[in-house]
Write a protein that binds this ligand. Structure first.
Ligand code: TEU
Ligand code: CA
Length: 575
């Protein structure tokens, strides 16, 4: 508990420009289309900067906009120096940077350097000469007795090894076969990446979200592992868990790039070693921050999405609490409820009866007032929800299609497979942003590249802008509170302390700073149950800073209706 106070003492001169910021992820293909081709574009992003500014956003992370064949929606890059023509031009990108700067907002790009596209020049050269220099930009290996070099299953299904046509070699891919992994043991390849990263940073980029980075370190023996599925393969993540030494690569990466620019970096890391946390995001860590996926991992199935459990409130509460207590000792986590790979938070973390505006606000309040850097995902601020998928033809996502097959192979019927995969499909988050109640949710004048969630007539920005009680207005207030002069320090550096832990269906915590002129404490308490609850107050209620319902706070007790959440300024300790 003294932890954070100490932390703060120690860190007066270690404050970073990004500690108190609020970030927002844009999935460009689905954000806003301005030329009617059904695909969101850079002009669309520029046109919404004022909207984001009003929401209170400081940092905008844009999912990949580089040239790509879009096998994995831009996470397969064929030229790191080009903007995909689907999204616009480099001039428009420069304009976006300038317009963001005018509004004191920072642009962060996605950095996908574990792999590139099979259409990238390097890989094309490697294929043309499998014994040549460029083959060593990738992992080219000979097979074993007619089999691939090892029995790893890629994240998107099937072997990690793909035969190199016209040779006895295979190349390695952790994701799709169109996403060959880059060889991080090759100094020349690494230097090319560093140059590219610095080129973008020189342009004025504030930093990067770093994709799938834990995968870059390979055990060059590629040892076979115990199979974990009927296909006789073992998930590649199991190999990642056993491999050591990623830290050296990450440190070198940082030294040669980000550190020179005071860049903000947020890493996407799964399957890391717990004991490496400080090395990753401590004061001198490899990254500024990394996403806390602990709650998301609760719905990981043993064999796939088909055997994935629903999230139980108590598990969620305990997981978030444990994670906060651990992370605050080390540094800053990046908190999310959803992103472009995950289902919508409202549909996932709220029980069915709470998937309404009040519940949406309650979940948002928890996520944004936890200790760490809040990342909103586009549409979260209006409470967008999962889509009802009518048939599998409606899906675009490569991972969803693979999981659907896996479910069928496990014996599920087509209807069942549609249902279980629809629940976790990455396309849930990728349906077009719902700007208005007009055709195609106001996202495009053309034919949208992916189905629009039919609930846009109910859930959209335009209606919520007119309604003072909407999720959108609430999110604006919430962010304003978080960033207000009086409370910024507490919400940025204040200790997280769980409260009312033994109260069923209550998620509550304090954020506080001890002593001095910043000595302040707030209580955040939400009721995830179906009955009105009364909580005895440990500290007197000085003021209600924010609430989503007409909850009630008397001297010594707090009354919370179902789906009600309150943020209270605490006074003195109750007798
Ligand atoms: O995701 C990495 C990752 O681990 C995902 O495969 C995740 O487990 C999966 O999406 C769950 O279905 C990153 C990107 O965020 C994702 O969009 C890309 O597809 C992937 O890397 C490959 O670049
Ligand atoms: Ca367009």
């Amino acid at each position: 508990m003294a932890g954070t106070a100490e932390w703060k003492e120690r860190n007066i001169e270690h404050r970073k420009w990004w500690h108190d910021k609020v970030a927002y992820q844009i999935y460009p293909k689905s954000f806003c289309d301005t030329n009617g081709d059904g695909i969101g574009d850079l002009r669309g992003i520029i046109s919404k900067l004022d909207y984001l500014k009003e929401l209170g956003i400081d940092i905008i992370w844009i999912s990949p906009i580089y040239q790509s064949p879009f096998v994995d929606q831009g996470y397969d890059i064929s030229d790191y120096y080009q903007i995909a023509p689907e999204f616009g031009t480099m001039e428009e990108f420069d304009e976006l940077l300038a317009e963001a700067e005018k509004r004191e907002m920072h642009i962060v790009m996605d950095l996908v350097i574990n792999h590139c596209s099979d259409q990238h020049e390097w890989f094309q050269k490697a294929l043309a000469d499998p014994e040549g220099e460029y083959a060593d930009y990738f992992y080219f290996r000979k097979g074993e007795n007619g089999n691939p070099p090892s029995n790893y299953r890629s994240y998107f299904g099937g072997s990690c090894w793909e035969p190199v046509p016209g040779s006895d070699q295979y190349y390695f891919h952790a994701f799709a076969k169109e996403q060959p992994d880059l060889n991080w043991e090759n100094p020349k390849m690494k230097q090319e990446l560093y140059d590219m990263i610095n080129w973008w940073l020189e342009k004025g980029l504030a930093g990067f979200r770093i994709d799938a980075i834990i995968n870059i370190k390979k055990d060059l023996e590629f040892p076979n592992l115990e199979p974990d599925g009927p296909d006789g393969l073992a998930g590649f993540h199991r190999a990642v868990e056993q491999t050591t030494g990623v830290g050296e690569l990450l440190e070198e990466l940082k030294r040669n790039t980000f550190a020179k620019y005071d860049a903000f970096t947020v890493a996407e890391v799964f399957n890391m070693r717990e004991e490496e946390l400080t090395e990753f995001i401590g004061e001198e860590g490899h990254f500024s921050t990394m996403f806390d996926f602990s709650a998301h991992c609760l719905s990981e199935g043993e064999h796939g999405w088909y055997d994935a459990p629903d999230i139980d409130f108590q598990d969620w509460k305990e997981t978030v609490t444990k994670s906060q207590l651990k992370l605050q000792k080390v540094g800053f986590a990046a908190n999310i409820i959803e992103n472009h790979d995950e289902p919508r938070g409202v549909s996932r973390f709220l029980p069915e009866y709470a998937r309404n505006p009040a519940g949406t606000k309650m979940l948002g309040t928890i996520s944004l007032l936890l200790r760490g850097i809040p990342f909103l995902y586009q549409g979260q601020e209006i409470g967008m929800q999962n889509c009802n998928w009518g048939n599998r033809e409606e899906w675009d996502d490569i991972s969803t299609k693979d999981q659907y097959q896996t479910a069928l192979q496990a014996g599920l019927s087509e209807q069942e497979a549609l249902k279980v995969c629809g629940r976790l499909s990455r396309d849930n988050a990728r349906t077009p942003m719902q700007w208005s109640g007009e055709k195609n949710a106001g996202f495009t004048a053309g034919k949208p590249w992916l189905k629009v969630n039919p609930n846009y007539t109910r859930i959209n920005v335009e209606d919520q802008q007119k309604d003072a009680d909407s999720a959108l207005h609430y999110y604006q207030k919430l962010i304003r509170l978080r960033k207000s002069e009086v409370w910024k320090e507490v919400f940025t550096y204040g200790t997280f302390l769980p409260a009312y832990e033994d109260q069923e269906y209550i998620m509550a915590f304090y954020r506080y700073l001890e002593g001095g002129e910043n000595g302040r404490r707030v209580l955040v308490a939400g009721n995830f149950g179906t009955e009105t609850r009364e909580l005895p107050l440990e500290y007197s209620c000085k003021k209600v800073l924010l609430s989503n319902l007409s909850g009630n706070c008397a001297e010594e007790k707090l009354t919370l209706d179902p789906c009600g959440i309150m943020v209270l300024e605490c006074g003195g300790k109750a007798e």
